[in-house]
Design a protein. Structure first.
Length: 444
């Protein structure tokens, strides 16, 4: 075969490959967004706070629980994206298909948890804000300023601003965390101090922390409804309806990254704090300083401002996503409960999104004021609350994607169904353990 012909075929083949790759990237870029939003929502408190605390207090022995709960919760988050792509409606619409009691129960669970969840995330974000700018005199005004900024950004820009901001946040977090993790592995764990005694994971306080850790690992199950809302909003924004496999690929990639980063934060907490005899602070600003120190201890003091900025950016992206997610889900729930015909919804409830932003910010501020400067208590309360209600949402989601409400071609695989049943049993089991421990605690 002449060399010119071989060369021509090679160039032609490369052009075809390039066009295919470019086409796939173009399709992925149109789909990308909801999964990234989910990842940034999850990575906030559950990773920066809870995963780091887990490694610092219990070392690498707790790593198995992080991996296990991340795996067992996976189906219920994926089902939000699966249902939205398959039906072009949110999974909240699906709850109505299960019956109005299911929709009302979801509404009540959301109302009962949203102030504590938003309050916990907002309080942590305020700590990183104060740490970044060296503020120690604003106090509760820090949270008020942050909440006002979030409400203003979302009220003006809504999903478009959120989608653009969160992608920048994701890149910053990914690069900084992977860098710190690799350097921590290179340096190795610290040597335990003389007489160091590790905490007991299996006493009452240890089990309560384990439940709190799993409550938001990688995040609360009831936030799965946000995936479906963001999926629909992304379709509306790009005017591109992805295939089911495209939507699932984007979410699975984001979920995998979320799980890997959780492992990294546990390792960072373990390598730098476990055995040191030091306790992570209960003050949100000091806690933020200690978290940033995780990075600077492995990379160098020169990097402090870089990682302080990165950590705050991550938490700010998280709190904005939380505000948007709760406001969207509440608006859709109210629409479905109080309006029978879809065409009447937009005119009747179009201003409710901003109203819910204001409601959530006000209620969350009251929660923060109630807990005072007790970071760990507020975070643990919010995360345990999320864990207790998780089985209900898990069952709802499983029923929707395995029954008559979804076309059989879009049903999950047998393996995913088995994993779902295992996850439901796991969530119910640990929720029962929590209830028994609490009952025994009150009786004593």
């Amino acid at each position: 075969m002449p060399k010119s012909l071989v060369y021509g075929l090679t160039v032609h083949g490369l052009l075809i490959l390039y066009k295919r790759m470019n086409s796939r990237f173009s399709q992925f870029s149109k789909t990308a967004g909801p999964g990234i939003l989910f990842a940034c929502t999850a990575i906030g408190v559950s990773h920066l706070v809870q995963s780091t605390r887990a490694g610092a207090d219990f070392g690498l022995m707790i790593l198995g629980f992080v991996v296990l709960v991340t795996l067992l919760k996976y189906p219920f988050f994926e089902y939000g994206s699966r249902y939205a792509n398959s039906t072009q409606t949110s999974i909240i619409d699906g709850y109505k298909q299960l019956g109005r009691p299911a929709l009302w129960l979801y509404f009540l669970l959301t109302i009962g948890s949203m102030f504590f969840v938003t309050g916990a995330v907002g309080f942590v974000t305020a700590g990183f804000f104060e740490n970044l700018f060296g503020l120690d005199f604003l106090g509760e005004w820090t949270v008020i300023i942050l909440f006002a900024a979030c409400v203003g950004i979302l009220a003006i820009g809504k999903y478009n601003v959120l989608d653009s901001l969160i992608k920048i946040v994701a890149i910053v977090l990914l690069v900084s965390t992977v860098s710190a993790f690799l350097l921590a592995l290179y340096n190795g764990p610290i040597s335990p101090i003389s007489g160091f005694e590790p905490k007991d994971l299996w006493d009452v306080s240890g089990i309560f922390f384990l439940l709190a850790l799993m409550g938001w690992m990688p995040t609360a199950v009831d936030l799965s409804s946000w995936n479906s809302l963001w999926t629909l909003e992304r379709i509306k924004q790009t005017n591109y309806k992805p295939k089911l496999k495209e939507t699932l690929f984007e979410f699975r990639l984001a979920y995998l990254i979320t799980g890997i980063l959780a492992v990294m934060f546990v390792v960072l907490g373990s390598f730098i704090f476990y055995g040191s005899g030091e306790e992570l602070s209960n003050n949100n600003s000091l806690f933020a300083h200690e978290i940033v120190t995780l990075y600077t201890d492995t990379i160098g003091d020169w990097s402090y401002i870089i990682f302080a900025s990165s950590a705050f950016t991550v938490m700010f992206g998280t709190i904005i996503a939380v505000f948007d997610g709760y406001s969207r889900s509440l608006q859709r729930t109210i629409e479905l409960i109080f309006t029978k015909k879809e065409e009447k919804i937009r005119t009747r409830f179009r201003t409710f999104y901003v109203f819910f932003l204001l409601l959530i910010s006000t209620g969350s501020l009251l929660v923060i004021f109630q807990f005072g400067n007790n970071l760990k208590e507020l975070v643990d309360f919010a995360t345990v609350l999320s864990f207790v209600i998780a089985p209900i949402i898990a069952i709802f989601n499983f029923r929707l994607v395995t029954g008559k409400h979804l076309d059989e071609n879009h049903h999950p695989s047998l393996g995913l169904k088995i994993l779902s049943v295992s996850g439901i049993i796991f969530l119910i089991g640990f929720a029962t353990i929590f209830a028994m421990l609490k009952l025994n605690f009150f009786l004593l």
